[in-house]
Design a protein around this ligand. Structure first.
Ligand code: CMP
Length: 138
């Protein structure tokens, strides 16, 4: 399936009151929300979600940050969803993010970068299934 991607609105954006603004940008860009929930990841769950980065020097910081407050997880549908969503969110480092992107508008640093977006169709499925049962994906 190449028409779905997975996103999280991260704890920094949640704390700063940007959940609504980010969802509006997502909708305006033509994505349909087919699953969504607000939740607070434990350090263990955040570590599992980002297990692929386990060997990276920033892993501990990433897990600590991602479990520091509530997040909103969602599955989004649109043609070419993974690639188009990565364009909409912009570069991982907000200093390099293009004008008009979510990270340009809302992210503060490479660690606290407001949103996550899946990097492949395979990961979109894995990440969506991490948060949502099949009964919760519409
Ligand atoms: P995300 O797209 O959620 O996927 C992995 C995350 O690791 C990334 O966003 C960043 O938030 C984080 N990350 C990547 N590089 C660094 C870094 N150099 N320092 C801290 N966090 C990083």
């Amino acid at each position: 399936m190449n028409n779905r991607t997975f996103t999280m609105i991260k704890p920094d954006a949640t704390r700063n009151g940007h959940t609504g603004g980010i969802l509006e940008m997502i909708n305006k860009a033509g994505f349909r929300i087919v699953a969504m929930k607000m939740t607070h990841l434990s350090a263990q769950k955040a570590g599992e979600f980002y297990a692929v980065h386990k060997e990276r020097p920033f892993y501990g910081e990433l897990v600590q940050f991602m479990s520091s407050g509530p997040i909103t997880a969602a599955i989004l549908e649109k043609d070419n969803a993974v690639e188009d969503f990565r364009k909409l969110i912009g570069a991982t480092n907000p200093a390099e993010a293009a004008e008009g992107t979510i990270r340009k508008k809302y992210a503060t640093s490479i660690g606290e970068n407001a949103v996550h977006g899946s990097d492949s169709n395979d990961n979109a499925l894995i990440e969506g299934d991490f948060f949502f049962s099949k009964l919760e994906q519409f």
